[in-house]
Every structure is written in C-alpha cells, then in structure tokens.
Design a protein around this ligand. Structure first.
Ligand code: ARG
Length: 456
C-alpha cells in the first residue's frame, strides 16, 4: 500500500519522520553534561539518594566514553539522543536510571543541549575570526603604503592603499566577532528546570544547575524557555552576515587574481589547475567561500520559517532546528579557515596595483581639491574645471600629470606648477589624513590600535 522504500508499513514511516538521533547525536556530550549536573542537583536537594546519584553519574560517564570511542550503538527506534542515553543508562544501572528524569522533560533537556552546543560555537567562531583578523592586520601593516585603485561601481575612483582595504575587512570581521560575543551573552541563560513547559513541583535548585553548566543564571520564564530558539537564529544570522563579508572578499580575490587585473597571485595551496587548459590557475577556494554563503543563508531562512507562527510552547516542528545550524557552523568554520590561509599566502603585485591606481584619472579629485584650496574656487566650479582637464587629457590620450601647464591655464588661469605635486597617486594617498582616511600613516596607526584591542 505504501510502496517504495517503506515496505514495513506505517510504523516505519513514523520512525522515519520522527527520529532525530541520526543528527542530534552531535549533542551527546552536552546531553550527558546536562544530565550529570541535573542528577547532582537532585541529590543535593534530597530528591535523589546518594546510591542512585552515584550509579547514575557512573553510568553516564561510561556512556560518554562509549560514545566517544564509537562503540555506542544508536537506535532510531529510541528517537533521539536523550532517549538513547537514558535507555542505555537503564541497561547499565537498572531501574534507578528512571529517576534521572525527575523534574525534567525532554523539552528543557533539548533546549539545554542545543543551547550549550551553539554557545560553544559562538566561542569557536570568535577564535577563528580573531585568527583571520590577525592575518589581515599583518597584510595591512606590510602594505600600509602599497597603492591600489579604490573603486566605486567597480570603476576606478581614487587611489587608496591596500593596507586600508585590508583594514576595511578587519572592521567587518571585528563586528562579526562582536555579534558572536553579544549572542553568547544573550543565550547564556540555563533552560534546565523549565521542565515540560510549566516548571516543576519538585524543590529543584535551578541556580545550582545553571552555575554547574557555566550559565550566568537560569532562564526566567518556563514557557519561553522551552519554545525559544532565538539563540540558534542569532547564531545563524551572525553566521550569514559574516558569510556575506567573506563572500565579498572572496569575490574581490576572484577579480584581483584574473590575468586582466593581476593584483594578486594565489598560492598553489589555495588554487587549482584546469584539466584541459594548462595555463589556468583557478581561485576555487575563493569561489567556494563566495558560494557557501548560500547554504548559511538557507539555514537562517529555514529556521526563521520553522519558528514563524508556532504557538507556545514546544512543538515537534522545532526538532527541525538542528541540522541547518550544524551545517552553518561547519561551513562558516571551514570558510574562515580557507580565507585565513588564502590571505596569508597570497602574493601581492605592487606594480600591477600601482599601475592600475594611476589609470582612469584617479587623481582628478585631487586636482579639483587643489583649485578649492589654492585658488579659492567653490568646489562645484573646481569640479567643472577638472572635468575639462580630464576631457582634454582623454583627447590627447595622456594622464592628467602629462598635460602642459599652459593647457591647464587655458582652463583656469589659477593653475601653477604646484598642481603637478598633487597629481601623483603617492601624493594623493598621503594627503588623505582625515580620521579613517587611507593615508599610510593612518593605516599604520589603525593597525597598532587594532592589535592593542585584540590583546584585551
Ligand atoms: N528530539 C526532540 C527535539 O529535538 C526532543 C524533544 C522532544 N520533546 C517532545 N516532547 N517530544 O526537539
């Protein structure tokens, strides 16, 4: 009647749709840590005898080693990690295993396990982000005065330094790191003891378990506690935003490493050849970082959609919260590591960057600024005069710096020889000393400031 793969009838289908142990076994360590803290608290509160507490703790520790050594056999018939652990505990210590679930439900248990897992990930991501930031700072320092074209609309706009460009990513990545840190603080409330949804009549000590499991405090509302997945959403949102930043950098690396740009050369470790075109060196790692943000965004939208419109409190829909988060965490970790490696190993072509920075009349704004500063012109008039100078250079097929002074004076009589001092790309970047500007001294100062900040 059911056909296809479900030859065993409706029970098999129920098991297929219901079981989560294939993926939630990732939460085993958290599940066991939570159970041990819970059992210890029950004992301290006089709810569990010393003998029961001791054998439960012993049994749980055995189960943890079985899982870690890969000898534990997970059963889909037992649905999830929680029931798998509890059932094995009963095999190991007998009926006192059944006392562990006093004053607890799988609803607060899963909220606890998952929250602890995500909490660990926010810490891991901060560490990985710090590593990438450090590599970026090294490159920024090394290239504080390497000149490259700055772009708007991907059209040459004004010369900037490569160091300044690196520091732009340091700012983004540091925000990503602080988003992870913020999310950590908000999620650092212990769900254990909310029980099924209403709390419990047993005289439990939620502050004790919160403390034992490294939480700042217990959560305040049992209904919210078992139905909240904001911590997972915030982690996914932070991961997606970070992935977005990485994808922008990845895209720049793809562009910069084309023979047409030639700004950077990827190391062999982070590029591949073509099986048919021997001349090619493909930026696969960068392309994959760019592409993988798609699955992180998918996980975020997926969980937002699962949670949308769910009535309080727990509904089984919420079992769909885990796989996307697991995948996003693994993906982000991998992307951060790949980007760190690529940036550290990438060769920068100062010459290609310098040549491109000087093309496209990139110092036109400097010419206009000179007219404002030295000849007192309103900026709009200076902009107009500069437009004429660019048109003239274009018609002569030369750079602004190659125009004759007499030609420039025909456009505006205020021009003097001094104008040629501001038309080089070096003079241009050196002049951008406003706070946050691209001048090499600014870049070095920002690198120092970031290194100090990272230490604290
Ligand atoms: N496997 C479930 C989940 O991941 C655990 C909680 C089940 N609770 C329940 N009342 N069925 O959400």
């Amino acid at each position: 009647m059911w056909g296809g793969r479900f030859s065993a009838g409706p029970d098999a289908i129920m098991e297929e749709i219901n079981a989560s142990v294939d993926f939630d076994q990732k939460l085993a360590a958290q599940d066991i840590a939570g159970s041990r803290a819970h059992a210890a608290m029950l004992h301290d509160q006089g709810i569990l005898s010393s003998e029961d507490a001791a054998s439960i703790d012993q049994g749980l520790s055995t189960i943890l080693s079985e899982i870690e050594s890969g000898t534990f056999s997970f059963s889909r018939a037992l649905e999830d990690i929680h029931m798998n652990v509890e059932s094995r505990l009963a095999e190991l210590i007998g009926s006192s295993a059944g006392r562990l679930h006093t004053a607890r439900s799988r609803n607060d248990q899963v909220a606890l396990d998952f929250r602890m897992w995500v909490r660990d990930q926010t810490v891991a991501m901060q560490a990985s982000l710090s590593r990438l930031i450090e590599v970026m700072l090294d490159r920024a320092d090394e290239h504080a005065d390497t000149i490259m074209p700055g772009f708007t609309h991907l059209q040459t706009a004004q010369p900037v330094t490569f160091g300044h460009h690196c520091l732009a990513y340091v700012e983004m990545l540091a925000r990503d790191r602080s988003r992870m840190a913020d999310a950590y603080e908000r999620m650092n409330e212990c769900p254990l003891g909310a029980a099924a949804l209403a709390g419990t009549g047993f005289r439990i000590d939620r502050h004790a378990t919160a403390n034992a499991l490294g939480f700042r405090e217990p959560s305040r509302n049992s209904l919210d506690t078992v139905s909240d997945r904001d911590f997972a959403l915030e982690f996914l949102a932070a991961a997606s935003i970070c992935g977005t930043h990485l994808s922008r950098l990845a895209e720049e690396i793809v562009i910069w490493s084309t023979p047409q740009f030639g700004f950077v050369r990827l190391s062999d470790k982070f590029s591949t050849g073509s099986s048919i075109m021997p001349q090619k060196k493909n930026p696969d790692a960068a392309e994959l970082v760019r592409g993988k943000v798609g699955r992180m965004n998918g996980s975020l939208i997926g969980l937002l959609t699962v949670m949308k419109g769910l009535p309080l409190t727990y509904s089984k829909d919420m079992q769909e919260d885990k796989e996307g988060v697991f995948d996003a965490a693994e993906t982000l970790e991998l992307c951060l590591a790949a980007m760190t490696g690529m940036i550290a190993d990438m060769e920068i072509s100062r010459d290609a960057m310098r040549a491109a920075a000087g093309s496209g009349y990139s110092t036109a704004t400097d010419l206009a600024d000179w007219l404002v500063r030295e000849a007192g012109l309103p900026f709009r008039d200076a902009h107009h005069a500069t437009g004429h100078a660019v048109a003239l250079a274009e018609s002569k097929g030369c750079d602004l710096a190659e125009l004759d002074l007499s030609d420039l004076q025909k456009i505006n009589s205020a021009f003097t020889d001094d104008i040629f001092n501001v038309l080089t790309v070096e003079a241009s970047v050196a002049s951008r000393t406003s706070f946050g500007g691209t001048a090499p001294d600014n870049v070095r100062q920002q690198v120092r400031a970031w290194r100090e900040r990272l230490k604290s």
